[in-house]
Design a protein around this ligand. Structure first.
Ligand code: PLP
Length: 409
């Protein structure tokens, strides 16, 4: 008899997006003429930029010639990409990160999901509520939680991100070993300030904890005072891992390329308190379990850093940022209170009169034929909130925004 990993049985079904799809389908069947627009999608609508496509074509041609063919590459990524990342995303901003601290991967989702493997099962996990579900579910799978009861898993430290805290997580009273922070945040759109991040770095140093910092949306920051990287905070190189992605920065959701930064000064401890460098352990993990990102894709990612690539991706990001502004303005006109959208592609609106997230979902679908994501789907603290995204096309976003202004609340 093969026994399964019983921790998988603790997982809650991920009904959120399937329930949304089911309800939208039912609505369309009942209203065949309705033109339903989704502001719920987390995927991008704009194609890859020309500089990236040209680099892919060129690399594909190289792959067809014996002299320039590439087979297995280095598991942690080609030097040309790791150096481009270190130079442009870090050193150009006076951040002390070198190419050998960067690990190229096929997505921030897999990295952020896999990284917890390096920590002991007894480690105490703290995460934001509402939360990007991958942080939570992968720790459930690894056995770091008790069963799910009353909307929460035992042993997890939930950090409520509410209107009262400006959607920022507050330091826990007790000890956490692994701390997941996502800034700019999915789903709330809130971005942490340098002072707020400094508190977390100080906490992690005092507690010998590790911060897993997900900055998949850093390219959407418009406020020049906000940090794009946790390594802008003094001391962070000793306590933080950073996850970044080309998905929302350059439309790589279907192309798949991301990277994780593990500074060489970051250490964790064995049972006797002896320190071990996480950089070497993550390299060991990746070389055992991962065989690298395709050469063609890494050349495509490198093209993001060319002058043309930078200009082109910035134009696309600006287009999504304009979508966010349209949505925010429409919500305000409708008399709704909304957050985010300034430094993130997510708008987090407060449902009118404390309406439940799912009731607002129905109201929005019925009145405006617009689809979004109920906040409660991201955690208990998301109840009474609703997420809209800026990733649809400008034309459809404009149409949806016009409908939002006419909402009767
Ligand atoms: N991190 C956050 C917070 C996200 O919202 C997402 C995607 O939606 C990811 C990571 C995954 O990014 P990738 O496409 O690189 O796997």
């Amino acid at each position: 008899m093969t026994q399964l990993n019983a921790h998988y049985l603790k997982l809650q079904g991920s009904y959120l997006f399937s329930t949304i799809a089911k309800r939208v389908r039912a609505y369309k069947e009942a209203h065949p003429q309705a033109n339903v627009i989704s502001l719920g999608i987390g995927d991008v609508s704009q194609p890859l930029v020309p500089a990236v496509v040209d680099a892919m074509k060129q690399a594909a041609l190289e792959m067809g010639q014996a002299e320039t063919f590439h087979g297995y590459g280095p598991e942690q990524g080609y030097a040309f990409l790791r150096e481009s990342i270190a130079t442009h995303d870090y050193q150009a901003r006076n951040i002390d990160i070198a190419a050998d601290e960067i690990f190229v991967s096929d997505g921030a989702k897999s990295d952020v999901a896999n990284f917890q493997e390096l920590f002991a099962q007894v480690s105490v996990v703290a995460l934001q509520d509402p939360v990007y579900p991958v942080y939570l579910d992968t720790n459930v799978m690894a056995g770091r939680t008790d069963v799910f009861a009353n909307g929460r898993y035992g042993k997890i430290i939930y950090l409520p991100c509410t209107e009262q805290t400006n959607f920022a997580p507050q330091l826990p009273a007790g000890h956490a070993d692994i701390i997941y922070l996502c800034s700019p945040n999915n789903p709330t759109g809130a971005a942490l300030t340098k002072a707020q991040l400094q508190e977390w770095v100080d906490y992690a140093r005092a507690h010998k904890s590790v911060i897993l910092f997900d900055s998949a949306y850093e390219a959407y920051i418009t406020d020049p005072t906000l940090p794009h990287s946790i390594y802008e905070i003094p001391g962070a190189n000793e306590v933080a891992v950073e996850f970044r992605s080309f998905s929302k920065t350059a439309g790589f959701t279907g192309t798949r390329c991301a990277y994780t930064v593990v500074p060489k000064g970051l250490q964790v401890y064995d049972e006797t308190g002896h320190p071990h460098a996480l950089n070497a352990l993550w390299l060991r993990r990746q070389t055992t379990k991962f065989n690298g990102v395709p050469y063609v894709i890494q050349r495509a990612a490198q093209a993001v850093y060319s002058p043309q690539g930078q200009a082109q991706i910035k134009a696309v990001i600006a287009l999504y940022q304009q979508n966010a502004q349209l949505i925010l303005r429409a919500l305000t006109q409708a008399g709704l209170v909304a957050f985010g959208g300034q430094n993130a592609p997510y708008i987090w609106l407060k449902t009118p009169q404390g309406m439940a997230s799912w009731d607002f979902f129905e109201q929005l679908l019925n009145q405006a034929q617009v689809v979004g994501t109920p906040g409660v789907g991201f955690g208990l603290c998301g109840e009474g909130f609703f997420r809209l995204t800026a990733f649809n096309t400008p034309t459809l976003t404009q149409e949806a925004a016009q409908r939002l202004t006419r909402l009767v609340i």
